[in-house]
Write a protein that binds this ligand. Sequence first.
Ligand code: ZN
Length: 164
Amino acid sequence: MQLQNRKVVIIGAGHVGSHAGFTLIAQGLVDEIVYIDVDEKKAQAQALEAKGVRIDHVVSIEVDDHDIANRMGGRRVCSKCGASYHVVNIPPKKEGICDVCGGALKQRKDDDPATVKDRLAVYHKETEPLKGFYEARGVLKTVEDQPTVEGTTREILRVLGVAE
Ligand SMILES: [Zn+2]
């Protein structure tokens, strides 16, 4: 089944959002995806509208702050080859050491708990009001984050009415 209008905005959850977006594009379900993540502002949505860009569907992925903090706080990246790990979800065989190249695993500045907390505060202040902006235009749908990226993608397809 095809969406009638094919311009979609996905708010939040960077990696999960891009997986869902990729799936929608790859299956030919939509023409264009606009991502709005932390750091994006309502002004940008207004600017899009002022340029005459009509948004047909907006999906907001709802993730608990606590889950985001755990997810990002546990991320580790190899300082040599850039491979990524998670202390709980994708642990390396040897703590602190990259499976691929033996390099030391580091926490990125973006993932440190204080930075994550700041970014969440910005998200609630600057990004979340976008939901009201799009709700008023009748295009907002929300999706609860699922334990797997595939699960969240399925939910997004379902709210867009294109699930098989
Ligand atoms: Zn490595």
